[in-house]
Design a protein around this ligand. Structure first.
Ligand code: CTP
Ligand code: CA
Length: 224
C-alpha cells in the first residue's frame, strides 16, 4: 500500500480548496446567503485526496461530510472567516482552488438583538466583502491559483477579466445558460481558460468528472 501511495501523482502537494456559500449575518437569527451546495468544492477535495494530495477544505455552511483522512475540513460561516482561514494557510500550500460562492456584500451593521418587525419598509445597507481570491492572487509566489467564474452573459470576456484581476493561472467558467448546469444540478458545463487565454470548452459532465478534469490540469502542470 505504501508503494502505491508514494506513486500517487499529487503525493507531497498541499492544496487549499474553498467551497460552499457564505452566510452574512443580519441579526442573531437571520442571514444573507446563496444556493451553493458545496458539492463542486467537496468533489474536488475528494479527487485531490484520492490522488495523494493533502487538502485543506475551507467550507461555508453545507450538510456535506468528508471521510478521507487527507482532507482537513475547516467549517466557517462568513466571507471574513473564509478570508482569515485561507490566509492562515496560504503560504504553506502549492495549489489553491476557489470554488466557494462567496457573498459579494454583507450587512454593514449586524443587529445584536433580533430585529422586530414594524409597519414601515425595512432597508438593509450592504457593504462589500473582501475578494478572497484576488487577495491570494496578490500574495501568491509559486502557488498555482485556480478560480471559478459564474457568468450569464459575455462569459468569455468576463472570465478573462477575472483571470487578470485575480492573478489566476486557470479559471473554470461555469455557464448558467446551459441546461442542466450549475446550482442544484449534479452536472456542470464548464470551459477552462488558462492565463494565456487558451480556451477549452468541455462537455456536460457530472461534478465528479469536472473535479477529475480540474485535478488532471494540476497533474499536467506538475508533469510539464
Ligand atoms: N471569490 C472570492 N471572494 C469573493 C468573491 C469571489 O474568493 N469575495 C472567488 C470565487 O470563489 C470564484 C471567483 O472569485 O473562484 C469568481 O467569483 P465570481 O462571483 O464569479 O466573481 P466576482 O469577482 O465576485 O465578480 P461578480 O460576482 O461581480 O461577477
Ligand atoms: Ca461574486
Amino acid at each position: 500500500v505504501k508503494d502505491i501511495e508514494d506513486k500517487l501523482p499529487l503525493k507531497g502537494k498541499k492544496i487549499l480548496i474553498t467551497a460552499g456559500p457564505t452566510y452574512e449575518a443580519i441579526d442573531p437569527v437571520r442571514f444573507i446567503g446563496n444556493h451553493s451546495s458545496g458539492k463542486m468544492g467537496f468533489d474536488i477535495a475528494k479527487m485531490a485526496a484520492q490522488n495523494g494530495a493533502e487538502v485543506i477544505l475551507v467550507s461555508g455552511p453545507t450538510h456535506l461530510q468528508v471521510d478521507n483522512p487527507l482532507i482537513d475540513l475547516k467549517r466557517i460561516n462568513s466571507a471574513q472567516q473564509m478570508y482569515d482561514a485561507c490566509h492562515d494557510v496560504f503560504d504553506s500550500v502549492d495549489v489553491t482552488i476557489a470554488a466557494a460562492a462567496v457573498a459579494d456584500y454583507r450587512p454593514k451593521n449586524v443587529a445584536s438583538q433580533k430585529i422586530k418587525k414594524s409597519d414601515s419598509t425595512f432597508i438593509i445597507e450592504l457593504e462589500k466583502t473582501k475578494d478572497i481570491l484576488a487577495s491570494l492572487g496578490e500574495k501568491k509566489k509559486n502557488q498555482f491559483l485556480i478560480g471559478f467564474a459564474l457568468e450569464t452573459e459575455n462569459e468569455i470576456e468576463h472570465a478573462k477579466a477575472k483571470i487578470q484581476k485575480k492573478n489566476l493561472d486557470l479559471i473554470v467558467l461555469n455557464s448558467l445558460n446551459d441546461k442542466g448546469a450549475g446550482f442544484g444540478h449534479d452536472t456542470n458545463k464548464v470551459t477552462f481558460i488558462n492565463k494565456d487565454f487558451v480556451i477549452e470548452p468541455m462537455d456536460l459532465k457530472t461534478k465528479q468528472e469536472v473535479a477529475q478534469d480540474i485535478i488532471n490540469k494540476i497533474i499536467q502542470y506538475y508533469d510539464a
